[in-house]
Design a protein around this ligand. Structure first.
Ligand code: P6P
Length: 336
């Protein structure tokens, strides 16, 4: 249920009674993410002014130089959730292993785990291009009260209770779903309040934008090369427009509004692609399907993949339904 100009706080309360919010724990969790998003937004917006740019000198589990803002965003989300004892476990792109959050209240054990990419697209920070936070929420599958196990995190995306992203762009937005559609809330920085700006977001079934790093073209599988040439051919509503920001959240957000497809294929230099299944592809796939779009690895819906490890990568094709089905057609034909 959405009302024009509703605040995110009012929306959460109004949807508290839907079956997904029954315990109020998920509402508290979404509220905590909202608070952390405002703190990170403040740091991102002043990044150019304070000497926090540049590598923190450490290398994260991805083998990438950790930007100071990456580290800061990771700490802000983890500490905001830990201090409120809202979840029983957290997995982050910036952490080698998952983190267990023990409840100090023996009479109340938390049942949700959160997986997060605290600042995706961080290589864009130094050049003032938008970046984002991506989050994914599950109910734990091991007994409540017992120590959290890796099984609580290695769940197929179909099990997600909620997922979303914060995009720190020309404006800062929270876009998320709890399985009842996708809603976007825009921050009014003057008063620190998120207002419902994009109710019931829907992917156009067709689109004319394709987003891929064409610099990797020679390394792509033949089916992907064939699809890119299809996009560029003068025929019908083509050639399409190529738009690639290098920030998944921003490319996805634009494509969901205008119609389009985002692709990060496997290649001869990245045999499973680059994007992480658990805290990038699954949450974005949940949003895509809730908005009438599709997300697959070229053969299987992303959310049907059973994870085997925390930081595993998968090839990723996501966006307008007809565009994803077309690239799947080229990929599967080339594999025959
Ligand atoms: P490339 C950012 O590092 C990211 O994970 C996504 O946000 C983005 O779409 C992609 O990687 C960019 O990767 O290899 O094209 O620079």
């Amino acid at each position: 249920m959405t009302k024009k100009h509703q605040t995110l706080g009012e929306y959460i309360i109004e949807n508290q009674n839907s079956f997904r919010y029954s315990s109020g724990e998920l509402s508290k969790l979404i509220n905590a993410l909202r608070l952390a998003a405002k703190v990170v937004n403040h740091e991102v917006n002043k990044a150019g002014l304070v000497d926090i740019l540049g590598a923190a000198g450490e290398v994260n589990v991805q083998g990438e130089n950790q930007q100071k803002l990456d580290v800061m965003a990771n700490n802000i989300f983890i500490e905001t959730l830990r201090n409120r004892e809202i979840v029983c476990g957290i997995a982050s792109e910036e952490e080698d292993d998952f983190i267990t959050i023990n409840s100090s209240d023996d009479n109340h054990q938390n049942k949700y785990v959160v997986l997060i990419d605290p600042l995706d697209g961080s290589s864009n920070i130094d050049v003032n291009v938008s970046v984002g936070t991506i989050f994914s929420i599950y109910r734990r599958v091991t007994p409540i009260g017992s120590p959290v196990q890796i099984e609580d995190f290695l769940q197929p995306g179909r099990n997600q209770v909620a997922a979303g992203y914060i995009v720190y762009g020309t404006s800062t937005m929270i876009v998320y779903t709890t399985g009842d559609g996708v809603n976007g809330f825009t921050l009014n920085p003057a008063i620190g309040t998120f207002y419902l700006s994009n109710p019931n977001m829907q992917f156009p079934e067709n689109g004319k934008i394709y987003s891929v790093n064409e610099g990797n073209y020679i390394h792509f599988p033949q089916g992907v090369k064939d699809y890119i040439k299809y996009c560029q051919k003068e025929e019908g509503d083509r050639p399409y427009t190529s738009r690639y920001i290098g920030s998944l959240v921003s490319d996805f957000h634009r494509n969901m509004i205008k119609g389009g497809i985002y692709m990060y294929p496997k290649s001869s230099i990245a045999e499973e692609g680059k994007l992480r299944l658990l805290y990038e592809c699954n949450p974005i796939a949940f949003l895509a399907e809730q908005a009438g779009g599709k997300a697959s690895n070229g053969f299987t819906p992303i959310m049907d993949i059973t994870p085997t490890e925390l930081h595993q990568r998968v090839p990723f094709f996501c966006g307008s339904k007809n565009m994803v089905e077309k690239v799947e057609e080229f990929i599967q034909k080339a594999n025959q």
